[in-house]
Write a protein that binds this ligand. Structure first.
Ligand SMILES: Nc1ncnc2c1ncn2[C@@H]1O[C@H](COP(=O)(O)OP(=O)(O)O)[C@@H](O)[C@H]1O
Ligand SMILES: [Mg+2]
Length: 198
């Protein structure tokens, strides 16, 4: 994670000038991204996302959402070894609670909602285990065992454990898995934004 003492952010051939005083982040960043051939693609509760297909680069402008930022930091550290994680290259901390994230471009998720339900159940199981409530989630454990019998993807287990850890560690954070918070790289499920700060 880069901290912001400098005034120019550079990533590959992208350059964004930050002027902390009298700085309107959204307008200024938007204008600079547009002139560098990034197009607005979508927003969630905390972020606006811009992409440049030619560069296979997405830039996410986030305001607030400490839990989402914690997830993206996990991704920076582990994305090279786990295809379920988005490739996140750099996260820059800006003034006034903003962050700028450089990541790969991904496509809208068109998969099965059962896949997300399965994921939620696995995460629930690990949350319970972390809390020491081993017997409290018979349903989840049964689901988990059934899935494990079918050969649960070990990378999915790693992701579920990581999400459970962050959720249990952070106050005011909730699981927020839906088809706007997972995406596709080809037909690979990618877990982009599983946790939110409320
Ligand atoms: N890497 C990406 N490539 C293309 N679109 C993206 C990417 N990341 C997010 N998006 C789009 O932007 C939306 C908002 O992103 P998200 O990570 O969910 O932010 P928020 O924190 O606002 O919920 C997503 O629902 C998705 O449509
Ligand atoms: Mg989201």
């Amino acid at each position: 994670m880069k901290s912001l003492c400098k005034t120019v952010i550079r990533f590959r051939d992208v350059k964004i000038v930050v002027e902390p005083k009298s700085w309107d982040f959204r307008d200024s960043i938007t204008n600079q991204l547009r002139t560098q051939k990034f197009n607005y693609v979508d927003s969630g509760a905390f972020s606006d996302v811009y992409i440049c297909k030619k560069r296979n680069l997405a830039i996410k402008v986030t305001n607030g959402d400490p839990a989402g930022i914690a997830w993206m930091k996990y991704c920076v550290a582990h994305c090279d070894e786990n295809p379920l994680l988005p490739q996140i290259y750099e996260i820059w901390e800006l003034p006034e609670g903003y962050h700028l994230t450089f990541m790969e471009t991904l496509k809208t998720y068109r998969g099965d909602s059962d896949e997300l339900c399965a994921f939620e159940n696995i995460i629930g199981t690990y949350r319970d285990r972390l809390r020491g409530r081993k017997n409290a989630s018979a349903t989840n454990n049964a689901f988990f065992t059934a899935k494990a019998d079918k050969g649960l993807n070990p990378n999915a287990v790693k992701v579920a454990k990581a999400i459970a850890k962050i959720l249990n560690k952070m106050g005011h954070a909730n699981l927020d898995l839906h088809d706007g918070n997972v995406m596709w790289r080809g037909k690979q499920l990618v877990v982009t934004d599983p946790i939110c700060a409320w």
